[in-house]
Ligand binder design. Structure first.
Ligand code: IPE
Ligand code: IPE
Ligand code: MG
Length: 255
């Protein structure tokens, strides 16, 4: 893999290889709050600042796409009051931040099964996507009511519909055809998947897309994940050897 020279963020080595597409499982808000004797909601609110800082750091480091896991398809199982806090926060952030994203040339979109959200929230999402649709800067995707299994199932369903309409045959169901129907298909392949909060699992996030992503786990709780921590993750990525099934020698000789 060729090195992308980093000429943008002075905190990164000039030669650092920058992941084109980074996804983050933003975990640890509740524990962050509990450690401070606060309610879990306070952790979610503080987490918004980390979202802001991560978007800025990714954009200024030359990352092409940043995908953030905000609410999983399993998170509906939380107490109703916490789900309510998260929905309100989502709407509040959309209202306040999207104009700023637009000003910075960021293209915003939301992935997941949006049909479960209130019509007000669905409209806010649509309006934000429309506003920023023509932007050519970094693509920021928020995963909301998202599940990796849902994503793959939905893609399979769309292919089945194509077969039913006789647009393709069963032989047309290839990896590439399925990939095309999954969320984020139009973006560069996922290079780096970060999880904060100390757990070592994917929690039904980008199952299809993470096939060859480098995984980075940190104990840092999401509200404490600042620019320095983000740069640390990119630096670790830079030091990894990605072999994609080949031998180390093959990869070394190619560079
Ligand atoms: C992540 O933080 C945010 C969401 C899942 C919405 P958590 O709320 O899961 O925080 P912990 O894991 O309980 O600390
Ligand atoms: C994953 O965190 C989902 C998000 C960060 C939105 P969870 O806190 O829901 O994950 P589990 O339940 O610990 O696996
Ligand atoms: Mg959690």
């Amino acid at each position: 893999m060729s090195k992308t020279d980093n000429e943008i963020n002075p905190l990164l080595a000039a030669e650092a290889k920058i992941p084109q597409h980074i996804a983050i499982i933003m975990d640890g808000n509740g524990r962050w709050a509990q450690l401070r004797g606060k309610k879990r909601a306070a952790g979610h609110k503080s987490g918004v600042e980390s979202v802001r800082s991560s978007v800025a750091t990714a954009a200024k480091s030359g990352v092409k796409a940043l995908t953030l896991f905000a609410f999983s398809s399993e998170n509906w199982q939380r107490p109703e009051s916490e789900v309510g806090v998260l929905m309100d926060l989502f709407m509040f952030v959309l209202t306040r931040e999207v104009k700023r994203l637009h000003k910075n040339g960021i293209k915003f979109n939301v992935i997941g099964d949006l049909s479960k959200f209130s019509s007000k929230l669905q409209k806010m999402i649509k309006d934000s996507e429309t506003l920023t649709a023509e932007n050519t800067g970094m693509v920021l995707s928020i995963a909301a009511n998202y599940g990796g299994r849902w994503d793959i199932t939905y893609a399979a369903k769309k292919l089945a519909e194509k077969v039913a309409r006789q647009e393709i045959t069963a032989e047309g169901i290839t990896e590439a055809a399925l990939h095309e129907q999954t969320s984020l298909a139009q973006l560069p392949e996922l290079d780096l998947l970060i999880r904060t909060g100390g757990d070592y699992r994917i929690s039904n996030f980008l199952l299809w897309q993470a096939a060859y992503a480098e995984l980075y786990f940190t104990d840092v709780l999401w509200p404490d994940f600042n620019e320095q921590e983000f740069i640390k993750a990119i630096t670790v990525f830079d030091q990894r050897e990605r072999r994609f099934g080949q031998t180390g020698e093959q990869v070394t000789n190619k560079n």
